[in-house]
Design a binder for this molecule. Sequence first.
Ligand code: 6GU
Length: 237
Amino acid sequence: MRIDILTLFPEVFGPFFSTSIVGRAVAAGLLLPRMVDFREFTRDRHRKVDDRPFGGGPGMVIQCEPVFGAVEAVERSAAGNPMRILLTPQGEPLTQQVVEELAWWDWLILLCGHYEGFDERVRTGLNPREISIGDYVLSGGEPAAMVLIDAVVRLLPGSLGDQMSAVDETFSSGLLEYPQYTRPREYRGMHAPEILLSGDHQRIAAWRRQQAMERTRQRRPDLLNPQDAGREDTDAS
Ligand code: 6GU
């Protein structure tokens, strides 16, 4: 998968693309990231990317020119059909279902904003899919781009050493993950559940299903009853 990240801060992505699962995907050629600096597509001498909002108000607005310039240059650089994505708290929530959809594409273009956001004509003129990573405000889209990329990369065939771990987890099953234990059997008086040491794989699987269900009921009942999601008065515990 090719991913072009359009940003004012390309340097923040360095260690992200060279570490852990994402780093391995890059090293293996599964992921081809490229950082593109909006500032390279300014026309004025001072390489200015933003200006004060028409109508007044606080903050600065990222101008059209560097954004259209960067998107068009990136799209001219190769043949193909990229998905344009704008990271913004106003976007559609990023869920595992959205991540699974994005993982089918072979080319993503991610636009990371800052300040008070982009000139609205970036939206109307480039028609990107707008995605948010949650109901809180970040100072820029870069951490959101990393979140999206991490979630997508682990679905690319060959990116996880053990492909089982991609399917067995929270949100692909619709449930939270069951508790895990490893050696030692006892630590500071706390014991791993005997059943996990029993060798009885059927009972272990049943225990894990029950634990996942109970944990989901307690912590995230909205995942079990999507029709109640967002309601505050449905806590059964
Ligand atoms: Cl994608 N960007 C910013 N700036 N803030 C956010 C976000 C994105 N998602 C949640 N908050």
